[in-house]
Design a binder for this molecule. Structure first.
Ligand SMILES: *[C@@H]1O[C@H](CO)[C@@H](O)[C@H](O)[C@H]1NC(C)=O
Ligand SMILES: *[C@@H]1O[C@H](CO)[C@@H](O)[C@H](O)[C@H]1NC(C)=O
Ligand SMILES: *[C@@H]1O[C@H](CO)[C@@H](O)[C@H](O)[C@H]1NC(C)=O
Ligand SMILES: *[C@@H]1O[C@H](CO)[C@@H](O)[C@H](O)[C@H]1NC(C)=O
Length: 478
């Protein structure tokens, strides 16, 4: 009897040790300059964040999580799926990107997220054939390497399921991918993994002017969606239960669900601001702290916030807000008070420490040289700066939208200058710009200063990305 008790206790301890409750967070690095991973690890620890989801498995980044106690979900980008259809490639991937971190005191890798929203309609089905073989091969390679405690999953956009009438019980996987989603659910279930879905009340509100605002939040007051005996008063519950129904219809009602991305952006659109982000997170954390789950999926739900920091090279194709999802700014400094525990004791989270900035210098329009900022030459300078830099904060309803034209030009000039690591040649604009040492920020409009690039981040990638981002911005501007 005593022995059985001891056994039971150690089993419970073991279970306790392997399920880390609490919030996880997504950390992406599509920025001109990134905070050093060692600083990020400390920042997560300081804020008691115990889980992180990455979008790749860059060795130099991942190794900083060794011994940190932070649980890591590695990512595999969509463009690597095809190669991983080959089992030997999958074995190499596991060897290079997982096994290397598996030593005493190494990295606590719990999941590998294969692909990222691979079935988005915008991808025209290009990942339909490659996702599942890649998942199978990676799991097999993990198992063969003796790492079967690490599970393969795949983060899906909530557009893989739908409900014709809008009530969760009508939910099912999209017709064009229904069979495939069934196979993926089967794989996840057989391998004791989880279904990972990204849920975005903000996007619903942004895309649909008729979307009831209150339904995006958790404060009640929304006209409930009545589904037989269940009454839904927030989109999060309704959406996850639509997934629950889709999985139930596919034959997997017991599959574990987790949320891969959830959050609210703070700039680039009038509905993306600190006030709404704070309201969203307050309600969300309060709800999650109860561990009540949704009506059909009760209990703790593993969630990854989107995201840790702003990323100024992200594509703005989905919207200008895309570069402002961070709970923290690009430099790891907090934007607003928050309480991850859901107890409602909002206070500024702990920012990144010892972040190395470049000089305290800003690039602004030189009023001694420019009489009229409306001149077409100045306007085309500005367009160029914005195409190559990041002017999302100047857009309608964004934080710098209320600046006068002179300051708007300065904003654009400064952004270009900072993204180019304060290269003096990037503050010329045909002799119409000057470098100043007084803070050019105004009330509510923040003029950034670049970070020193962490040594290991490959600048070539950053440059490649910014050209890509610039092309996209150009497409949008013209
Ligand atoms: C390991 O991951 C990195 C970063 O995601 C990737 O570039 C590399 O190709 C991977 N290694 C193998 C052998 O696939
Ligand atoms: C998808 O198809 C559309 C229309 O044919 C095209 O404009 C777009 O570039 C395609 N996207 C991808 C990712 O292939
Ligand atoms: C993982 O799932 C695949 C596909 O359903 C299955 O063939 C395989 O046996 C599973 N692996 C384990 C360890 O259960
Ligand atoms: C510049 O001013 C802004 C707004 O007041 C402030 O947040 C920022 O920290 C200042 N930057 C520096 C380098 O002092």
């Amino acid at each position: 009897m005593a022995r059985a008790m001891v056994l039971l206790c150690s089993l419970l301890l073991l279970l306790g040790a392997t399920t880390t409750h609490g919030m996880g967070v997504n950390w992406g690095t599509q920025a001109a300059q990134n905070v050093n991973p060692s600083v990020v690890v400390q920042m997560l620890k300081d804020n008691n964040i115990k889980k992180v989801k990455l979008f790749d498995s860059d060795h130099w980044t991942v190794k900083f999580f060794a011994g940190s106690g932070i649980e890591v979900m590695l990512g595999i980008p969509n463009n690597q799926l095809k190669d991983l259809g080959d089992h030997d490639n999958a074995k190499d991937w596991v060897k290079q990107n997982v096994s290397k971190h598996m030593y005493d005191g190494g990295v606590n890798i719990k999941y590998v997220a294969v692909g990222n929203e691979p079935f988005l309609k915008a991808y025209n089905g290009s990942n339909l054939k490659t996702l599942l073989p890649a998942m199978e091969n990676i799991q097999k390679a993990l198992n063969e390497a003796g790492l079967d405690h690490i599970k393969v999953t795949t983060p899906q956009n909530a557009d893989v399921y739908e409900s014709g009438s809008g009530v969760p019980s009508d939910g099912n996987f999209r017709k064009d991918i229904r069979d495939l989603m069934g196979k993926i659910a089967n794989f996840l279930s057989d391998n004791n993994s989880m279904f990972l879905v990204n849920i975005y009340p903000f996007l619903s509100l942004y895309q649909n002017p008729d979307f009831p605002v209150e339904f995006a939040f958790f404060d009640g007051g929304a006209k409930p969606v009545q589904d037989k005996s269940i009454s839904y008063n927030n989109m999060f519950d309704a959406n996850l239960d639509t997934l629950y129904w889709s999985l139930k219809k596919a034959g997997y009602p017991k599959l574990k669900l987790a949320v891969g991305e959830i959050g609210w952006p703070t700039d680039g659109n009038k509905k993306a601001n600190v006030k709404m982000a704070q309201r969203f997170y307050d309600g969300f954390f309060r709800k999650m702290a109860t561990n009540k789950g949704t009506p059909l999926y009760p209990g703790y739900i593993e969630c990854y916030l989107f995201s840790l920091m702003d990323e100024n090279l992200k594509s703005v194709a989905p919207g200008e807000f895309e570069r402002h999802w961070g709970i923290f700014r690009y430099d790891g400094q907090p934007k607003y008070p928050i309480d991850f525990t859901g107890k409602g004791n909002d206070k500024m989270p702990v920012g990144a420490k010892n972040v190395p900035y470049l000089e305290h210098e800003w690039c602004v329009l030189d009023r001694d040289k420019v009489k009229n900022p409306k001149d077409s030459s100045i306007q085309s300078n500005m367009q160029y700066a914005c195409a190559m830099g990041d002017c999302t904060s100047l857009k309608d309803g964004a934080s710098c939208d209320n600046l006068d034209l002179v300051h708007k030009v300065s904003y654009a000039y400064n952004n270009y200058f900072q993204i180019n690591n304060q290269d003096v040649e990037a503050c010329d604009f045909k002799g119409t710009a000057k470098i100043v040492k007084t803070n050019a920020s105004t009330d509510g409009c923040f003029f950034p200063i670049a970070l020193q690039n962490a040594a290991g981040f490959r600048v070539s990638i950053a440059t490649g990305m910014s050209v890509f981002a610039a092309l996209l911005t150009l497409l949008i501007l013209f």
